[in-house]
Design a protein around this ligand. Structure first.
Ligand code: ADP
Length: 634
C-alpha cells in the first residue's frame, strides 16, 4: 500500500466518536491522560516483546514519551518510542473497537449526557478521546522491527472515515498529533500541559519529556516572553505510585491513580496498599470502585488487576490474582518472585500466585469489613459507604459463599438482607439473631423473584402473626449461594417455603391441639384432595403456617424451590420438574366448603392453581383455570 487509501470507521466507532465529542465536553483534559496511557502501554509492550527479542530496541533502548506543541500550527503531539503500529494494525486498532461488549455498551446509552459520560468513562474511550479537543488527528508510526519504509500515516477528522498511507519513518514508535479546535487553545501552554500531567500521569513509570521554557528579554523595547528551548526535561515523577511509601502518597494521588487505571470518573470507595513480605514478596494496591461496571454479571469477564513483575508490566486483567466473586476490584499487583515471562497458563499453577491470590482476598475482605464497621460509627465520614458497596456489589460477593469455603464465615458476616422488618437490604445475620424471639431456633428466610412477591407470600402469614422476622432473598444468586450456608454462628438457616413448618417452642399448646384436631377431622377430605391432584402435587397436607390464605405450595426439605426451577428454565437450563406439596388451611371457609361439594374436583384444582399464582408461578393450563373459576362464579 503506497497509495493513499480512504477507509470507513466501523459503525460503532463512528457512533462512539460522536458521543465522545458531545458527552465528554465538560472533562476535556482527560484526552491527555488517555493518550499518555496508550503511549505508556506501547512502551510496556515493547519492553515485554524485547525480553525475547532484544534487537527490537534498535538503537534507542531508553523508552520515553515526548509531549510538544506548536503554537503557530496549533498542534499538540504525543510521541512515544514504544512498539508502534504496522499499517494493518493502524487500520484495525484505530478503525474498529476490538473490545467485546461494545454493542451492549452502546445499547445502554440513554441520551442523557451526564449519565452517558459516566458510562463512557467506565468503558474507556482511549484514543478517540483525542477528538474532544482536535478536529483532526494525524498518527505516524512504525512498528519496532519493521523497515523505515514500512511506516504508516493515519489521518482522520473524526467523522465517518480515515486515510492511511505508507511513509518512511526512521524512528520506531508512534506520534499522535492533535490539530486543536478553536476552543482548545489552552493546551498550547507548557504550564497547562505540565499541570495535567502531574495530575493524571505522575505515576507513569516512563519519563514524560517536554521542552524546557526559557525567558527571553524583549529587544528594542518589546516585552520579554517565554520561548521553548531545544533542551528536554522530565515533567513527571516517573515512579510507579505503588512503589512509594504509603505516607508519601496523598488520598488525591491514590484517587487519580485509580481513575487512570480504571478509566472511571468517580472516586473509589476504598483502597488498600501493602507491601507483603515473607515467602512470597509482592506489593498490592487494590481499589473498590463506587459503582458496578456494566458487565459485572459476566463471570468470564476478566478481573481488573494488572500484574507487574519487578515493575515491568506483564498483563492486564490477571484473573488468577483474585477469585471471580471479587471481580469488581481494580488495582495493581507487583511481584518480586514471578519470572518475567510468566504466561496466563503458568499463573494458574504457580504457588506464588496462589499465595498472592489468598493475600489479595484477605485484604479485600478486610476493606469491606472496615466499611461495615464505619457504618456503625456515627462519627465516621465513611458511614454511607457500606450501603453503597452492598447495593452495587452485594450480589456478587454472595457468590463467594459457594466459591471460597475458607472465607465463608467472613463473607456471611457481611451479608445484608431486606426482611419483614426492614424494607432496605440492611439486616445482617448477626442483627437478625440479636432480635430473635424467645424460643426461636432458626433464621427464617423466603426466596422470591422480587421483594414485593416475597412479601406477599402466604407462607409468611404465621410468621407475621407471631412477629417473627423473615429475611427476603430476592437476588438471583441467593438460593444457590445460601445452599452453602446452612447455619450462621450455630443457628440454622431455614426456608419458610421448604418442608413442614415447625415453629417449635413458638407455638403454644392450645394452638398445637387445635391444629391436630382440625387435621384429624380433615383426613377424609385430604385423601380425596390427594387423589384429585395426584398429577400436580406430591402430597397434600394440613398446615398451621397459613392465617388468611386457603392454601400454599411448599417443596420438600432440601429440594429446589419452585422459583429457582422457574429461573433455570427461563435461562434455558435443565431444571428438575419440581412437584410441590400443597398445604391447606383447614380453618379457611373455602377449604371447609370442599367437604361434600358437588364441584369438589374444580375447587381442588382452583386451590392448587391459586397457590401457584400466589407464589409467582403460572397454572399449567391457564385457560382451564379460567374456565373453572368462571363456572364457580356463574
Ligand atoms: P485501548 O488502549 O483501551 O485498547 P484505544 O482506543 O486507546 O483503546 O486504542 C486502541 C488500540 O490502538 C490500542 O489497543 C493499541 O493497540 C493501539 N494504540 C493506541 N495508541 C497507541 C500507541 N501510542 N502505540 C501503539 N499502539 C497504540
Amino acid at each position: 500500500m503506497s497509495q493513499k487509501q480512504t477507509l470507513s470507521f466501523q459503525a460503532e466507532v463512528a457512533q462512539l466518536l460522536h458521543l465522545v465529542t458531545h458527552s465528554l465536553y465538560s472533562n476535556k483534559e482527560i484526552f491527555l491522560r488517555e493518550l499518555i496511557s496508550n503511549a505508556s502501554d506501547a512502551c510496556d509492550k515493547l519492553r515485554f516483546e524485547a525480553l525475547h527479542h532484544p534487537e527490537l530496541y534498535e538503537d534507542a533502548p531508553n523508552l520515553e514519551v515526548r509531549v510538544s506543541f506548536d503554537k503557530d500550527a496549533r498542534t499538540l503531539t504525543i510521541a512515544d518510542n514504544g512498539i508502534g503500529l504496522s499499517q494493518q494494525e493502524a487500520i484495525d486498532n484505530l478503525g474498529t473497537i476490538a473490545k467485546s461488549g461494545t454493542r451492549e455498551f452502546m445499547s445502554r446509552l440513554s441520551g442523557d449526557q451526564k449519565a452517558d459520560a459516566q458510562l463512557i468513562g467506565q468503558f474507556g474511550v482511549g484514543f478517540y478521546s483525542g477528538f474532544i479537543v482536535a478536529d483532526r488527528i494525524t498518527v505516524e508510526s512504525r512498528r519496532a522491527g519493521l523497515k523505515p519504509e514500512e511506516g504508516v500515516r493515519w489521518v482522520s477528522g473524526g467523522a465517518g472515515d480515515f486515510e492511511v498511507e505508507t511513509i518512511t519513518r526512521p524512528q520506531r514508535g508512534t506520534s499522535v498529533t492533535l490539530h486543536l479546535r478553536e476552543d482548545a487553545s489552552d493546551y498550547l501552554s507548557t504550564w497547562k500541559i505540565k499541570s495535567i500531567i502531574s495530575k493524571y500521569s505522575d505515576h507513569i513509570q516512563l519519563p514524560i519529556l517536554m521542552r524546557k521554557e526559557e525567558w527571553k528579554e524583549g529587544e528594542d523595547g518589546k516585552p520579554g516572553e517565554h520561548v521553548l528551548s531545544d533542551e528536554w526535561e522530565t515533567v513527571n515523577q516517573a515512579t510507579a505510585l505503588w512503589t512509594r511509601a504509603k505516607k508519601d502518597i496523598t488520598p488525591e494521588q491514590y484517587q487519580e491513580f485509580y481513575k487512570s487505571i480504571s478509566h472511571d470518573y468517580e472516586e473509589p470507595l476504598a483502597w488498600t496498599h501493602n507491601r507483603v513480605e515473607g515467602s512470597t514478596e509482592y506489593t498490592q494496591l487494590l481499589f473498590i470502585p463506587s459503582h458496578a461496571p456494566f458487565d459485572l454479571w459476566n463471570r468470564d469477564k476478566a478481573a481488573g488487576v494488572k500484574l507487574y513483575v519487578k515493575r515491568v508490566f506483564i498483563m492486564d486483567d490477571a484473573e488468577a490474582l483474585l477469585p471471580a466473586y471479587l471481580r469488581f476490584v481494580k488495582g495493581v499487583v507487583d511481584s518480586a518472585d514471578l519470572p518475567l515471562n510468566v504466561s496466563r497458563e503458568l499463573l494458574q499453577e504457580s504457588r506464588d500466585v496462589k499465595a498472592i491470590r489468598e493475600g489479595n482476598t484477605r485484604r479485600v475482605l478486610a476493606m469491606i469489613e472496615d466499611l461495615a464497621k464505619a457504618e456503625q460509627d456515627a462519627e465516621s465520614a465513611d458511614k454511607e459507604k457500606f450501603a453503597k458497596f452492598w447495593a452495587e456489589f452485594g450480589a456478587v460477593l454472595k457468590e463467594g459463599l459457594g466459591e471460597d469455603f475458607g472465607n465463608r464465615e467472613r463473607i456471611a458476616k457481611l451479608l445484608r438482607f431486606a426482611s419483614t422488618q426492614s424494607d432496605t437490604a440492611s439486616v445482617s445475620l448477626a442483627a437478625y439473631k440479636a432480635r430473635m424471639k424467645e424460643g426461636q431456633e432458626a433464621i427464617y428466610y423466603i426466596t422470591g423473584d422480587t421483594q414485593a412477591a416475597a412479601a406477599h407470600s402466604p407462607q409468611l402469614e404465621i410468621f407475621r402473626k407471631k412477629g417473627i422476622e423473615v429475611l427476603y432473598m430476592t437476588d438471583r444468586v441467593d438460593e444457590w449461594a445460601l445452599s452453602f450456608l446452612t447455619e450462621f454462628e450455630g443457628t440454622p438457616l431455614q426456608s419458610v417455603a421448604k418442608g413442614q413448618v415447625d415453629l417449635g417452642k413458638l407455638q403454644d399448646e392450645g394452638e398445637k391441639k387445635a391444629a391436630e384436631k382440625a387435621a384429624e377431622s380433615f383426613k377424609p377430605v385430604l385423601a380425596k384432595l390427594k387423589e384429585a391432584l395426584k398429577d400436580k402435587a406430591q402430597d397434600v397436607r394440613v398446615t398451621t403456617r397459613l392465617v388468611d390464605s386457603p392454601a400454599c405450595l411448599v417443596v420438600t426439605e432440601g429440594g429446589m424451590s419452585l422459583q429457582l426451577a422457574r429461573l433455570m428454565k427461563q435461562a434455558g437450563q435443565k431444571a428438575p420438574d419440581v412437584k410441590p406439596v400443597l398445604e391447606v388451611n383447614a380453618s379457611h371457609p373455602l377449604v371447609q366448603k370442599l367437604d361434600g361439594s358437588p364441584a369438589f374436583n374444580d375447587l381442588a384444582h382452583i386451590l392448587f392453581d391459586q397457590a401457584l399464582l400466589a407464589e409467582g408461578g403460572m397454572p399449567e393450563d391457564p385457560a382451564e383455570y379460567v374456565k373453572r373459576v368462571n363456572a364457580l362464579l356463574a
